[in-house]
Ligand binder design. Structure first.
Ligand SMILES: [Zn+2]
Length: 162
């Protein structure tokens, strides 16, 4: 499953990429461009714009209209619809910045790119194969797990509701 997100869904895009989903995003694409790319590359259009959603359906483009208000709600409704596992597995995770795959790198390779204190605390590092961004499961990871935990709870509730 591949996605393309409308310009209002930048934050959600980063989440989906971390969860291993292939998501195209640009915050300055015209609606018609989004529809063209979605159709050509067989991507599901994710949008919070109901008119755009209807236009997509009218043109035979697969689309999903997001109703959730918070990040957790949006993640949960997508996980439910597309059966997305709410765990970050770095082996299949994508770069939240550019959507490319990330690869593990050695501490040595990370050494000249991150702070000394980071190297002292963490042993595993990943690098984006396109933009070169370095990732590690640092202090911010607590917040990431918390958000995913909340999304999982919502998903459970939603499943119970139906
Ligand atoms: Zn990247």
């Amino acid at each position: 499953m591949k996605f393309i997100a409308d310009g209002m869904l930048g934050k959600l895009t980063r989440w989906l990429r971390m969860l291993g989903q292939d998501v195209k995003y640009s915050n300055n694409s015209e609606d018609s461009q989004l529809l063209t790319i979605a159709k050509k590359e067989k991507r599901v259009l994710l949008t919070r714009d109901f008119e755009l959603y209807q236009r997509a359906i009218g043109k035979g483009v697969d689309a999903f209209y997001l109703e959730g208000l918070t990040g957790e709600e949006k993640i949960a409704e997508l996980a439910k619809r597309y059966d997305i596992r709410l765990e970050i597995d770095m082996a299949s995770s994508r770069c939240p910045k550019c959507n490319s795959v990330v690869k593990p790198i050695s501490t040595k390779e990370a050494a000249d790119k991150v702070e000394r204190s980071t190297l002292d605390y963490y042993e595993e590092f990943w690098k984006c194969t396109r933009c070169g961004q370095i990732y590690w499961q640092g202090a911010h990871w607590t917040r990431i797990r918390k958000t995913l935990g909340a999304a999982k709870e919502m998903l459970k509730e939603q499943k119970k509701g139906n």
